[in-house]
Ligand binder design. Sequence first.
Ligand code: FAD
Length: 376
Amino acid sequence: MATFNNTDLAAFKDVWVFCEQRQGKLMPTDFELISEGRKLADELGVKLCGLLLGDNVEGLAKELGGYGADEVIVCESPLLNVYTTDAYAKVICDVIEEMKPEAFLIGATNIGRDLGPRCAARLHTGLCADCTHLDVDMDIYKDFLRESSTLAPEKIDGMKTAKVLGEDHDVSRDLKMTRPAFGGHLMATIICPRFRPTMATVRPGVMKKAPFDQAKADACKIVKPVVKLTEDDIDTEVVEVVKAAKKLVDLIGADFIVSVGRGISKDVEGGIKLAEELAAELGGVVGGSRATIDSGWLSADHQVGQTGKTVHPKVYVALGISGAIQHKAGMQDSECIIAVNKNETAPIFEIADYGICGDLFKVTPMLTEAIRAAKA
Ligand code: FAD
């Protein structure tokens, strides 16, 4: 087989999204990434392709078309029935070497976090992990230079190229991948100028899902490359898949979230109960700041924020949460934010649509009662 030359940037085209399925069911992240990938592909003027691996999964492909994929590349084999890093990485790297996409997006799920770095290392390309924003537009890059470089503003305005290892490089087609850095204190925008494909893992829940379009689903093309995979390629054997019996809270899919923070510390059980009552009245779920997870008051699946879940519900109620930058990173795109805090200078009030300065133990029952009365 010819050696894979991934420095010939012009030979690479199209945006790909890894579409994860488990037991024949597509993951919500697939639809988010396909929707986001659509925008990037349109800006670059190329095709958007989903990459779907599994056994007998072709039937899932058209649905991806409904969210924006022009084409779905379906790789099927009985050896892909259950996820193994070896098998998936081999098949993905084979199709990438053959079909040469310029950008490859993967959801930062447990599987995506395992698969992404393995493929990037094997393909000898760059991967930006845990992205919260993607763009091909030059403006974001220019904004970054305006803030962080000493270049003259006129020079930045007119620029199309950047110095990469001493050489002028056209950055206009580079994927600009943004993620929190230095403990969330700043957002870093990263490019991969010398190698292709540019790879990014993207946090679940960050990108917005486009509406489903049946006509687009019908028009979506399915491509089935030959899968060269044998048992010898796989060093691990999955003996059994044991699902956690515990029901985890679905923060990402929730329209209403009532989150508690360290402000409940004087009566933890009582504070959580008040949040549960308000959430039940709204038809939502309970979330928490990291302080409540670290203290063992709520389990980790409740955590909202940079190292927890990114959410954008219709209504986010923050009870006794100060609004640290790492918490805001996970909830600031909520449609409506209601904050209850007894400290009027708490940073959460800077992003709240409705701020109530008061004791959450007094205010929360009043909110619950008001909603109950409004519904009656
Ligand atoms: P505090 O900051 O202690 O705030 C408690 C608030 O409750 C105060 O504003 C206080 O005025 C108010 N209060 C007290 N009593 C009452 C009352 N009776 N009624 C009303 N208000 C009251 N944090 C996250 O949440 N999510 C993350 O994903 C996350 N990731 C992180 C990643 C890194 C790398 C780092 C360094 C930190 C991270 N953090 C995260 C932690 C973050 O910096 C804060 O420490 C945390 O969010 C604080 O939680 P809190 O707002 O509940 O507590």
